[in-house]
Each structure stands twice: as C-alpha cells, then as structure tokens.
Design a protein around this ligand. Structure first.
Ligand code: URP
Ligand code: ZN
Ligand code: ZN
Length: 465
C-alpha cells in the first residue's frame, strides 16, 4: 500500500484502547492501522517517529468564540491566531457560535461567521447557531440543519446583548429540534435572580471592598443550578435533546446525573477553567482577568466535576475560548459588571486535561480521548469522520509526549492574548506534532500550518440511525 505519511511506533490511543502500532495516511485520510507498516519500495512516504509518544485523534473543541463582538469589544483571538493556538494545543476541529445580531437571519449569521473563517482558518471548523428570537428564526432551522448545522444555542442570560431566550422559546426549540434531528445547547444561568443580586451589590462601597470578587458573591451556585433544573424540565416534557454548555457547579453534575437516570436526554460539557482554577483568584490583584460567565467556582465543584467526568454525567470538555487581553479587561475600571467576560483556552485544553487529569490519575488517557475527541464528535454529528483513529476517518492526529513538560508562557504561544489563566504552570501534553486531514500543521512543537487550509465541516443531523 502507498502512503503519504506513516506515523511509526507510537501508542495509538482511542476512547476504548491503547495499542502500539503504525498509522498510515493517504489523501488526508487514515488508510491503515497495523503493528507495522512498510513504506514500500518507492519509499516516498514521510516517516514520523512516534516511539514513546501517545498518538491520539485531534481534539475537538465544541465551544469556541473567535472574533466575537461582546461586552463592548471584540474577542481578541480570531480565525488566524485562534486556529494556530488550537493546532499547537492538539485541536484539529473547533465549533464556534454564529450569532445573529439585530434582525439578522440565521443564514446571515452563518455567512458572517463563514466570512471570518474563510482564508484564515488553519484547522477545520463548524458552527452552532444561536437562537436569539425563536419566533422569527424558527422557519430557517430546517434549512440550517440541511446545511450541516444541527446544533442551536439559547442563552438564559445576556438580555442587554439581545441574546436572551425565555422558557417558552426553550420549550418550543427543544420540541422542534427533537423532530428535525437537532440539539439545543443552553447557557444555563438564572437571569432574574442574578440581575437582582447584581443590583443589590452594585454600589461604590462594595466595589471598593470586594473588587472582582463580587463576580463570585453575586453568582452563588444556585444561579446555575436553578437554570439547569429548569432546562432539564423542558427537555423532560418535550423529550428534546439538551446540551448544557460550560457547566461549572457540582450541583449541576448532580442534577444531570439524576435526570439521565430518569431517562432525560441531557448532556453536559465542562471546561478546563472549572477543573483547574478556583474563585479565590477573584480576590487577587488581577482577579478581573479571570471573569467569565459562569464564573470559576470552588475546589469542591472542581472535585465533583472531575468525578462527573469519570462516572459519566459530564460527557465532554470544551474551552469556551473567548479571549480578552489585559487592555480589554481593563475596561472594567473597578466595576465587575463591565468586565469583558471570557478567557483564552484553545492552546491549553489538552495539556491541562492531560496533566491535571491523566498524570494525576483522575482520568485515563482513553477517557481524555473520549471527553475531548470522541464524545464531542459523536454528540455534534462529526463521527466517525472525526474524533477517532480508524481507517476511513480524516487523518486528524496529535502526538504528545507522556511526561515532557513545557512551561506555559503567553509570550511563546500563538494566542493574541497577553496573559494566560495558566501562566507559569508546567504542563505535559502540548502537541509535539499535529496533522489536520493528513497535512502536518505542527512539527516539533512549532506551528507549520497555513491560513485558509481549514475547511467548514458539514455535520450530520442527530436523528438515531
Ligand atoms: O464569559 C463567557 N463565557 N463568554 C463567552 C460567552 C458565553 O457565555 O459563552
Ligand atoms: Zn455561555
Ligand atoms: Zn461560550
């Protein structure tokens, strides 16, 4: 057999097993997996020595916001820096959220996001579509699913952005998507009580005293838990499929567990920041940098979320990358309600999960692949083209060293950000080599990809086959 590339002698990791062997790539696809592959007589295949390394499917980050107009500014990582960062973090596919602004249609939102990605993206990408006005937008949903976008998102907060959906819109969307093979993703926080708590504490004396820690004071765990509970109830009665994005609380994991046991079709995602950071950071000098919604929580929540990943009620890990640099974050001027909310994450997701998860024995390396590659691919309609190592799949591959650590330093990273939530941490699991559809985009930890290589990937609808 003829190959373009053979990745030799690595430990090939899937969600279910780890085997030592070679992986053969031709025309962008995986064409052979065997104990030993021969380059053939012509010997023109590129050989990549992966001995002593893990060879894994490229990561799929199903929650990303690149160049997002938000909180009075535009998030600092775009399809250039964001996808370079992804590649160096071993991520080969991302899913961004196309959001209609004002009276824009869903179609216009996708076209706008496609224009941002075109000519810039270095890895493959897709979009979820935000529903900001169900009554106006519902007629276009079937067309969007046909276009390869089966996942939609509603926000239970962000009224001032014009993004918020109410219970009726959630109920109706779950019901309609159920029949069309779609899925509703939800940002679950309870807006009315949250707004009241913010109002109560929004005064000069408290802002002087607590600074960015007011982000935590005004968002107790029940703000997320109540919203998750309500969304679960709408999923239960409609029998729709619900995906809770960026779940941050232990209470959320308990609710999802119970609902799943009762047969509700609810899936939960968490993010590295909820697993590896805690809210004591808001009390520090640069606490405002860590502002994100929902905010990072307590060590007990971290513990519960790690346990939830292990036991299954947390199905996926994604980054919620929404980068704001220090200048943008400085817009807060001491008022936590004005912090541009979000942080960078694409470059550090796999290293954080590998170091804090696999090396600390909270997850196996197969579970890492399950949560960061295979489950997102299955849930989002990308499987088996992406998310696993198997013959016929896209040759999206990342190779990592199991112990060699690198110090996180934003100065040496691809992100446009001038700070990192994980600055100074020694992490293993950065991509030594990354391949996207067979093309090498990271070599010896250096980005070697190119703008415009990344393609929009149409996703299949999610009806049971
Ligand atoms: O604070 C965050 N997470 N910013 C991005 C928008 C969202 O809510 O996901
Ligand atoms: Zn959100
Ligand atoms: Zn988000």
């Amino acid at each position: 057999m003829k190959f373009d590339t053979i990745i030799k002698g690595g430990k090939l990791v899937t969600a279910s097993e780890t085997v030592r062997g070679d992986l053969g790539i031709r025309d962008g696809r995986i064409v052979a997996i065997a104990k030993r592959l021969d380059a053939g007589r012509a010997n023109d295949a590129t050989i990549v020595d992966a001995s002593g390394r893990y060879v894994m499917p490229g990561g799929i980050d199903a929650h990303v916001h690149l160049a997002l107009p938000f909180c009075g500014t535009v998030s600092a990582d775009d399809y250039d820096s964001g996808t370079r960062a992804a590649a160096c973090g071993g991520v080969t596919t991302l899913i961004d959220f196309a959001i209609p602004y004002g009276k824009e249609t869903l179609q216009q939102a996708v076209d706008n996001w496609q224009a941002r990605a075109e000519g810039k993206a270095c890895i493959d990408y897709s979009f979820h579509l935000a529903i900001t006005n169900w009554e106006q937008q519902k007629k276009d949903v079937p067309k969007m699913i046909e276009r390869g976008i089966p996942t939609f998102k509603q926000f239970m907060i962000y009224e001032s952005q014009g993004w918020q959906s109410d219970d009726a819109a959630m109920y109706a969307a779950l019901e309609a998507l159920r029949d069309l093979g779609g899925m509703l993703c939800v940002h679950a926080e309870s807006s009315r009580v949250l707004d009241m708590l913010i109002e109560r504490h929004h005064n000069k004396a408290e802002m002087k005293k607590h600074g960015a820690y007011l982000h935590t004071i005004t968002r107790p765990n029940f703000i997320e838990a109540e919203a998750i509970q309500r969304a679960i109830e709408w999923a239960r009665v409609t029998r729709g499929r619900l995906y809770i994005v960026h779940m941050s609380t232990g209470e959320g994991a308990d609710l999802v567990r119970r609902a799943r046991e009762e047969g509700v079709d609810v899936i939960a995602e968490t993010c590295p920041q909820y697993l590896a950071l805690d809210d004591s950071l808001f009390a520090g000098k640069d606490g405002h940098l860590y502002g994100t919604c929902p905010q990072i929580k307590k060590p007990r929540d971290q513990k519960r979320l790690w346990a939830g990943l292990k036991s299954g009620e947390v199905s996926t890990i994604a980054t919620d990358t929404c980068t704001f640099n220090t200048k943008q974050k400085a817009m807060w001027k001491g008022d936590w309600t004005k912090i541009p909310m979000g942080m960078p994450g694409l470059e550090t997701m796999l290293p954080i999960i590998f170091t804090d998860g696999v090396l600390k024995r909270r997850l196996t390396v197969n579970q890492l692949v399950e949560k960061c590659c295979t489950a997102p691919a299955r849930i989002m309609g990308l499987y088996p083209r992406k998310g696993t190592l198997q013959v016929g799949a896209d040759a999206d591959v990342t190779i990592i060293h199991p112990t060699k650590k690198r110090r996180v330093d934003w100065r040496k990273m691809q992100t446009n950000c001038d700070w990192s939530p994980f600055q100074g941490r020694e992490l293993a699991g950065f991509a030594e080599h990354t391949f996207c559809r067979g093309e090498q985009i990271v070599k010896d930890y250096r980005f070697v990809g190119r703008n415009g290589y990344g393609q929009f990937v149409p996703r299949s609808n999610l009806l049971p086959s």
